[in-house]
Design a protein around this ligand. Structure first.
Ligand code: SRM
Ligand code: SF4
Length: 581
């Protein structure tokens, strides 16, 4: 029998390609599924399409087994991710998100590693309402996930206001330019109960997607803008990066990077994390066009057969950077200039208050793993809510899951400081340098791909490691440590100086030697370490670091110099030290 979707000898397209092609520009049967109250979930194909709308169907994995035993369907709920270019929101938007989390989700806010909000635990009957409310609050969720360009990150840069305004403008412009054109989002989520569109002008039929086409991109696509010397957005982990080149306090252009990405699978050598390559230089006026042509090149040449090989990093790895540059330049109709030099010196956040040239102040707070919650000892969510009520500046979500209370005017500072004290928020960055430079992905119980715990376990592990750190006099030494519940790298684990990557419940692969500035991948040090053995494994290395490091030597550099792991920047080389196959 002939496969209608694959009549010739062409390799079979991945299932998601067929779903996208048949989806009528991302509609599928989502609208019908929302009305079906026989199940808390949606049809399987629709769950692939909702991602383009910023929504993931999940189930509570803590109760999965017992529900299966009882013959019940999984405890379905949905995650909504906001598209928030540069991670900036107003105090009113913060208050709105805070309220939505109580009214329609699980009562907490998650600040993500891409400067965005996630709300978890939304049940199907509340899904349409919450998406509408987020849009009413002048934010959106379209293309926060899916095979399209995702949330564009940019350095929050509180100490260089002029430059920040320029890079933020670019982040927003790229985000707008690459937002899917389909009206499906408006039709499904922004209509009233009778299906009437609210405040939406519909597009003439038939619809088209001028940039993406009807099958969108082969895979997710990520863009970030960094302002040296800070690489806090981990530029080299992005498919496309712009590094601001600054002269006389103005951005004169951007050095462009391409082909970064973290995801891999345990034991599958054809998958690997990869740091981006430098492609060239463009002026600020050229940047949007450059972004578009890079996206369309990947649209046309990315792998649509094997989704594990479909990111831009593999297109570039397979075809070569020179080929890629040539293709992009042909589409642009001009050549890219030679890349301008840049220097990064860190990828973490800088905590505490700083003042800017306009007389405003900015405070970076440590939010462990981006979880904004309340408990009896630390009413953080309430404290931030009270601050949002009086704050007249903005909030900036960082790519390290932290929060900047930005642009605090001199008139408001004393009041905000009093609230910080009252809600113990000033103490939140009185931590070891290790904890302040830690990241953990969500993992259990919501993430369907988690093999082990992450955000529920890392704080506990850090408490044990902190004892060693304090004993060795390393309290104020910044060391990056990142944990993920599986090898997908959502906390950008393969760039950390210490990384713990979930293999199975209670077991982690330990990687060492990432660059402190986010400019070098780490390497495997030990496979499948039981969680109770991690501290003993790390203690002698930390002891040696405390006593034998050279002046100013970073932990990641030290473990390479002293031979714990070999240095690598190359994606394909990443697995060379693995002995697991
Ligand atoms: Fe991620 C999939 C959470 C940043 C690489 N990621 C997922 C899913 C949606 C699981 C799924 O597909 O079912 C996770 C939802 C868990 C949950 O319950 O919330 C998830 N990723 C996250 C977040 C929330 C982690 C966090 O704790 O902050 C981050 C949301 C960012 C955002 O606001 O957009 C998040 N994910 C990242 C990053 C970091 C980054 O982009 O800077 C990466 C590595 C960079 C990259 O893309 O290569 C990342 N996530 C992945 C991958 C591997 C992709 C690959 O190329 O192989 C997956 C799995 C997939 O796509 O198949 C994934
Ligand atoms: Fe889930 Fe894995 Fe991403 Fe963690 S790294 S959120 S476990 S997909």
């Amino acid at each position: 029998m002939t496969d209608q979707n694959n009549p010739g000898d062409e390799p079979k397209l991945s299932k998601n390609e067929i779903i996208k092609a048949n989806s009528k520009f991302l509609r599928g049967t989502i609208a019908e599924g929302l009305l079906d109250d026989c199940t808390g979930g949606l049809a399987a194909d629709d769950t692939q399409l909702t991602k383009f709308h910023g929504i993931y169907q999940q189930d509570d994995r803590d109760v999965r087994r017992e529900r299966r035993k009882a013959g019940q369907e999984p405890a379905y709920s949905f995650l909504a991710r906001v598209r928030l270019p540069g991670g900036i929101c107003t105090p009113q938007q913060w208050l709105d998100m805070d309220r939505f989390s109580d009214e329609y989700a699980n009562g907490s806010l998650k600040l993500t590693t891409r400067q965005s909000f996630q709300l978890h635990g939304i049940i199907k009957k509340n899904l349409k309402t919450i998406i509408r409310k987020i849009n009413d609050s002048l934010m959106g969720t379209i293309a926060a996930c899916g095979d399209v360009n995702r949330n564009v990150m940019c350095n929050p840069n509180p100490n260089q206001s002029k430059v920040h305004a320029e890079v933020l403008e670019l982040a927003k412009a790229i985000s707008n330019h690459l937002t899917p054109a389909t009206q499906a989002y408006h039709e499904i989520w922004l209509t009233d109960e009778n299906g009437e569109k609210e405040n939406v002008t519909s597009s003439p039929e038939p619809e088209s997607e001028p940039i993406y086409g009807k099958t969108y991109l082969p895979r997710k696509f990520k863009i970030g803008i960094a302002v040296p010397p800070s690489n806090d957005i981990d530029l080299f982990a992005n498919d496309l990066g712009f590094i601001a080149i600054i002269e006389d306090d103005r951005v004169v252009g951007y050095t462009i990077t391409v082909g970064g990405g973290m995801g891999m699978n345990h034991g599958q050598k054809k998958t690997f994390p990869r740091l981006a390559d430098v492609l060239g230089f463009c002026t600020p006026e050229q940047a949007i066009d450059v972004a578009e042509k890079i996206v369309t090149t990947q649209r046309d040449y990315g792998d649509r057969v094997d989704r594990k090989h479909a990111r831009l990093k593999y297109t570039i790895e397979d075809r070569g950077l020179d080929w890629f540059r040539g293709e992009v330049e042909e589409r642009l109709g001009y050549g890219l200039d030679q890349a301008r030099p840049f220097e990064f010196d860190h990828n973490g956040d800088r905590y505490g208050w700083i003042d800017d040239e306009n007389g405003n102040s900015h405070l970076t707070l440590f939010i462990q793993n981006g979880n904004v919650t309340d408990n009896d000892e630390f009413p953080m969510r309430t404290g931030l809510r009270e601050i949002a009520k009086v704050h007249d500046g903005d909030f900036r979500l960082t790519a390290n899951q932290n929060l900047i209370i930005a642009n605090v005017s001199p008139a408001k500072r004393a009041g905000i400081e009093a609230l910080l004290d009252q809600y113990k928020l000033t103490h939140c960055y009185d931590q070891t340098g290790l904890r302040l430079n830690s990241l953990a992905c969500v993992a259990l119980p919501t993430c369907g791909l988690a093999l082990a715990e992450s955000q529920r376990y890392l704080p506990e592990l850090l408490t044990e490691l902190d004892q060693v750190i304090e004993e060795l006099g390393l309290r104020d030494d910044a060391i990056t440590i990142r944990m993920t519940g599986c090898p997908n790298g959502c906390a950008r684990s393969y760039i950390a100086e210490i990384a713990l990557v979930g293999r199975s419940p209670g077991k982690y692969n330990v990687y060492l030697g990432g660059g402190f500035a986010g400019d070098r991948l780490n390497k495997i040090y030990k496979l499948s370490v039981k969680q109770e053995e991690i501290v003993d494994l790390m203690r002698p290395i930390l002891e040696r670091y405390a006593s034998q490091r050279s002046d100013g030597e970073r932990f990641g550099d030290f473990v390479i110099r002293t031979g714990y792991v070999a240095e690598t920047r190359e994606g394909r080389e990443f697995h060379n030290d693995f002995k697991e196959d």
